[in-house]
Design a protein around this ligand. Structure first.
Ligand SMILES: [Zn+2]
Length: 160
């Protein structure tokens, strides 16, 4: 067996991202509409620090549920936009997640002022995996926007 040299590790860490992500799907018109719903929510409700990320979930019945991030002074108590959107899907809809997306607002000091698709944080990956293990997640890959199965983003979820 070939020994692992520190040069090998350095090379791996600095290797350019691969062009294609396994399992990545191109976006449909419905997916673009989902991103638009998240962008619209963020544009209407953005508040520096308090509401900086919005999410949109499309349930299996086709309905869209939006949510907004809730910032808190005690940082770890903040609630992600995906959780707020999913709560609405449970309370007002069929409680399913077919596809989800989150978008972030630029920070005040950032030059680029565009809203941008962001991948879900680790906690949201766990939440989505718990409730919708076949959901698709829209995110920005090196090649552009793609949709990936949640299982791809969290191959080994937490189990207790
Ligand atoms: Zn999150």
């Amino acid at each position: 067996m070939k020994p692992i040299l520190s040069d090998d590790l350095t090379q791996a860490a600095t290797a350019p991202p691969t062009d294609a992500l396994p399992g990545a799907l191109p976006l449909t018109d419905l997916d673009h509409a989902l991103i638009a719903a998240a962008n619209d929510t963020l544009a209407r409700h953005y508040r520096t620090f308090w509401h900086t990320v919005a999410a949109a979930i499309r349930s299996k019945d086709g309905r869209i549920w939006t949510g907004i991030h809730i910032g808190t002074t005690v940082g770890r108590l903040a609630v992600c936009a995906e959780a707020v959107a999913f709560g609405r899907a449970v309370l007002e809809g069929d409680g399913t997640i077919e596809t989800a997306v989150a978008v972030r607002h630029p920070k005040p000091e950032e030059v680029d002022r565009e809203l941008a698709v962001v991948s879900p944080c680790g906690a949201c990956r766990e939440m989505i995996m718990d409730h919708a293990p076949v959901a698709g997640i829209i995110l920005m890959a090196p090649t552009g926007l793609v949709k990936l199965p949640i299982r791809t983003l969290l191959p080994v979820p937490y189990r207790r």
